[in-house]
Design a protein around this ligand. Structure first.
Ligand code: IMP
Length: 424
């Protein structure tokens, strides 16, 4: 029986999980998405074509890998159908490879309206993507959410009408735009019909695939410090992008998990509000943003940028059981003469390597940095660790010693082939 490899972000998202997934995709028969919705987005270049993926696991791009949207995902059918059409226009055999969990919750237009309303009312803004992700998960836990499978029940139309009426009351009471019930009913009946061929019980399917010894990769969305439990609450997303969410979002068990890849950049970034210990609000941060092209895939927002935070990385490794690190953007950081990484926090004069997502702790903590020599030159052609400049090797070795975790994959440039794969 095979085990599933898992790919997770270690910081605030946008670490380049797509690179790892793409690499593992070469060997995988099945790729799975466990949580989040179309707040996620990554761009993958295959044979010179750029694919912007929001919901469908990127493994499908190989045109030989089954792509499963798990039960933990909140699914916007309009976005999904757009993605299906886009993939079909590139001759990806979506009808053959896509499977959607009947238990995934459906996002409706009122969720986006509520997202905007709630964000406007917040004293401490989160900076959500306004895609209705939080309100859809709220409905899930309030147990009034509609799941993909519900769209095929005889009473779907009447339940939906009632739901839109209830949400409209709430929106109207807050002077927010309401939704057109007839339009929603008509479009969602159409969406339901279009999605039907892909819908199934993915939980039993996943276990069947493992028993058949199929290679499986679970593609994480968002990242550890955006986790609703283990992230910098309340400045987080509304799901569990950490290892626990991988299990509850797919139906896989602890026994089924193999390697856990933690993805980081050689620096760090964050979109949206919330504490960020190593943030650089100066021209150095601007330079990282420019060199790393750090602008949101989904919202286009400029990302906040800073040095790599090894204290937070150790936390992410512990939370998720990471056994391999994938470090991206080594080429980007190598353009600095000197760059830094945070090796401890100074909290009111006391130095610590312990991490906490307690907001006051994160706002008080001052980074203690270690400097590294940059100027790596063009490393995009390096295919082995030994080909990297000595200073680049030293940086990687330091990360390994600090975290006790092997850096298996190293991104050395934007193109797919610019990656070093190391054997332990
Ligand atoms: P929401 O997920 O739209 O509710 O947004 C909550 C917070 O998570 C905001 O700060 C978003 O910017 C952030 N966020 C959500 N998804 C991603 C992602 O895929 N990458 C980076 N940040 C994200």
């Amino acid at each position: 029986m095979s085990k599933a490899s898992v790919v997770l972000g270690c910081f605030y998202g946008d670490e380049g999980k797509g690179r790892t997934t793409d690499y593992l995709g070469q060997f995988s028969d099945v790729s799975v998405r466990a949580s989040g919705g179309n707040n996620a987005g990554h761009t993958i270049k295959v044979n010179g074509v750029k694919f912007a993926m929001r919901l469908i696991p990127s493994g499908i791009l190989s045109n030989k890998t089954i792509a499963i949207i798990g039960n933990g995902v909140v699914l916007n059918p309009a976005v999904l159908l757009g993605e299906i059409d886009m993939l079909k226009s590139h001759d990806i055999d979506v009808d053959r490879f896509l499977k959607i969990s009947d238990k995934a919750h459906v996002i409706f237009p009122y969720h986006a309206n509520l997202d905007v309303m709630l964000e406007n009312k917040r004293v401490h803004k989160i900076g959500t993507t306004k895609n209705g992700i939080g309100p859809a998960y709220c409905d899930k836990y309030e147990r009034c959410g509609l799941r993909v499978g519900d769209m095929y029940r005889d009473d779907f139309e009447s339940v939906l009408r009632q739901m839109v009426a209830t949400k409209n009351e709430l929106l109207a009471a807050n002077n927010e735009p309401t939704c057109d019930v007839e339009e929603i009913v008509a479009t969602y009946m159409e969406y339901a019909a279009k999605l039907k061929p892909y819908v199934c019980d993915t939980v039993t399917l996943l276990h069947k695939y493992l028993k058949e010894d199929k290679n499986m990769v679970v593609e994480g969305a968002q990242a550890t410090l955006l986790d609703i439990d283990f992230g910098s609450y309340p400045y987080v997303t509304s799901s569990n992008p950490t290892i626990g969410g991988i299990l509850t979002g797919t139906g896989l068990s602890v026994r089924d998990i193999g390697d856990v890849y933690g993805v980081i950049k050689a620096y760090s970034s964050r979109v949206g509000e919330g504490p960020y210990v190593t943030e650089l609000c100066d021209e150095v941060g601007d330079r990282i943003r420019d060199l790393g092209h750090e602008y949101g895939t989904v919202t286009g927002r400029p990302r906040r940028c800073g040095w790599l935070d090894l204290v937070a990385l150790k936390y992410a490794i512990d939370i998720n059981g990471v056994n391999y690190i994938n470090l991206n953007h080594l080429d980007t950081i190598g353009q600095f003469d000197i760059f830094k990484a945070c090796v401890a926090y100074d909290v009111n004069g006391v130095e610590t390597q312990d991490f906490s997502t307690n907001e006051e702790f994160l706002r008080t903590a001052k980074p203690v940095y270690k400097e590294f020599k940059g100027n790596f030159g063009d490393i995009s052609a390096c295919r082995t660790f030994e080909e990297l400049p000595a200073d680049a090797q030293d940086y990687i070795r330091f990360i390994e010693e600090y975290t006790g975790t092997f850096v298996k994959l190293i991104g050395t440039g934007a193109d797919r082939e610019c990656m070093i794969v190391r054997e332990q």
